[in-house]
Design a protein around this ligand. Structure first.
Ligand code: MV4
Length: 451
């Protein structure tokens, strides 16, 4: 096992990783920018190193600062968390070049999944279902026209290096393909420095369902079921649930069997999440994330597993020690991501937390690095807390989330707690009847009734 783990992140996820390490008896090193000297992840770490000024590119993204912090403190492993350097293959290589273990997949697998075309090609070869589309990259507009005619409109032009919805353009008719094509390519070039694009059939009302997997370095691969992440606004997820209200056990088992067999063949290692669009009873793979995800707690609650502990054990070369039949799905879990934003305009609202009173009781979990007196800095992601509830049934989980949101008091800054209360009360949400477009309509309607 590792002697000391450096956590290359901040906020609630740095704390989450620290908690797993402490329970495993592994000392931790926190790194922080000058804006985070008073942060909870620094206060609770065994050791901390200041790695630079507030701008992430000069601190949390700065290879030399993080690597030197690991070397001087004698850390023998680095956990990247999510965001920042978590999916950076060059960083993983640099870590390994220093004789330090990167807690994650191999750099080659990270690079493969970072290229959406390579990821789709690999998954197709492994029997994972895809959205109908181009076979690899589309080189020019003529080829785009031929592919679009073949798969049928509407089509989506997507950037190979894309993410967060950037470099993605829909063409509803042949007459609009040229414009979609050139906008997507330009956006891809400016945002990612790579203008490679591909084409897919545009699905107009899918759910976003993702599957959590773990693989050890001895060929054992298991899945921990799905999360429904359809409730998003501008590619920011607000609410996630495990399992999906749209799936039954048979559908989950079938998808899980295909995916775990595929990743076994691929030789994948550590945690991974496969993203699917789900429409009309069909799954279509779109992307794979090679990191721990923000919403991992809902999976932990229904499967009674510590995914961070498992990531660390796998990176240290241990075997999983259990198989798919040992993994049971118990009850239902829901997560609300609370951000420091105006709940109506979504304007960032950093500032001083005057009072912090998290909810409690049976089946309630709060992952947060907030405390009374803390000043939320303006430089980073606005998420300040994840409220996760677990209950035997979905209806009971909804009731538990409702009362937990009522108990949750964060004073001094604006938060999205009031919006979460409205979402949880919405009949469509209660019925599990929503797609990736539901939330944007819901918040749009609210703005209209106000005006
Ligand atoms: C799609 C799609 C519809 N059809 N692909 C958005 C970001 C990227 N991860 C994939 N995305 C989408 N790909 C096809 N063929 C709709 C989206 C999409 C979306 C997907 C998941 C969650 C939220 C979304 C919001 C808008 C569009």
């Amino acid at each position: 096992m590792f002697r000391k783990i450096l956590i290359a992140n901040r906020g609630e996820i740095a704390l989450r990783i620290q908690r797993a390490c402490r329970e495993m008896g592994i000392p931790t090193v926190a790194v922080h920018s000058t804006a985070d000297s008073d942060a909870m992840h620094v206060r609770l770490a065994d050791e901390s190193v200041c790695i630079g000024p507030p701008a992430a590119r000069d601190s949390y993204l700065h290879f030399p600062a993080i690597l030197s912090a690991a070397v001087v403190t004698g850390a023998d492993a680095i956990h990247p968390g999510y965001g920042f350097l978590s999916e950076n293959a060059r960083f993983a290589e640099a870590v390994e070049a220093h004789g330090i273990t990167f807690i994650g997949p191999s750099p080659d697998h990270m690079r493969m999944m970072g290229d959406k075309i390579a990821a789709k090609t690999a998954m197709a070869g492994l029997g994972v279902p895809l959205v109908p589309g181009s076979d690899g990259a589309v080189e020019d507009l003529d080829q785009a026209r031929r592919v679009a005619d073949q798969i049928g409109y509407p089509v989506l032009v997507k950037a190979a290096s894309g993410g967060g919805g950037r470099g993605m353009k829909v063409a509803h008719t042949p007459g609009t393909l040229e414009e979609a094509w050139s906008i997507a390519r330009t956006e891809a070039r400016t945002a990612f420095g790579d203008d490679a694009v591909y084409l897919e059939k545009y699905l107009d009302r899918p759910r976003h369902i993702e599957l959590q997997v773990l693989a050890d370095s001895h060929g054992n691969v298991v899945h921990f079921g799905e999360r429904d992440c359809s409730l998003q606004r501008r590619h920011q997820k607000l609410v996630e649930e495990a399992g999906s209200p749209a799936l039954d056990a048979a559908a989950r088992d079938a998808l899980g069997a295909v995916v775990t067999a595929g990743l076994h063949k691929l030789g994948y290692r550590n945690a991974g999440t496969l993203e699917f669009l789900y429409q009309d009873g069909q799954f279509a793979f779109i992307e794979m994330n090679t990191r721990l995800q923000v919403e991992h707690p809902v999976t932990e609650m229904v499967c009674n597993v510590d995914l961070v502990r498992e990531q660390i054990r796998i990176a240290a070369g241990e075997t999983l020690g259990y198989g798919q039949s040992d993994i049971r799905f118990q009850g239902h879990a829901i997560e609300c991501r609370v951000t420091a934003e105006d709940p109506e305009t979504f304007m960032p609202a950093p500032g001083r937390v005057e009072l912090y009173q998290p909810p409690g009781g049976l089946g309630v979990r709060v992952d947060s690095a907030l405390y009374a007196g803390y000043v939320v800095p303006p430089f980073y992601d606005s998420m300040v807390a994840k409220l996760i509830v677990h209950a035997p049934t979905r209806d009971e989980a909804i009731a538990r989330m409702d009362r937990s949101l009522l108990e949750f008091a964060i004073h001094g800054i604006k938060t999205t707690i009031p919006l979460h209360r409205r979402i949880i009360a919405a009949p469509d949400f209660r019925a599990g009847d929503y797609t990736i477009h539901w939330l944007e309509r819901f918040v749009g309607e609210a703005a209209l009734t106000k005006a």
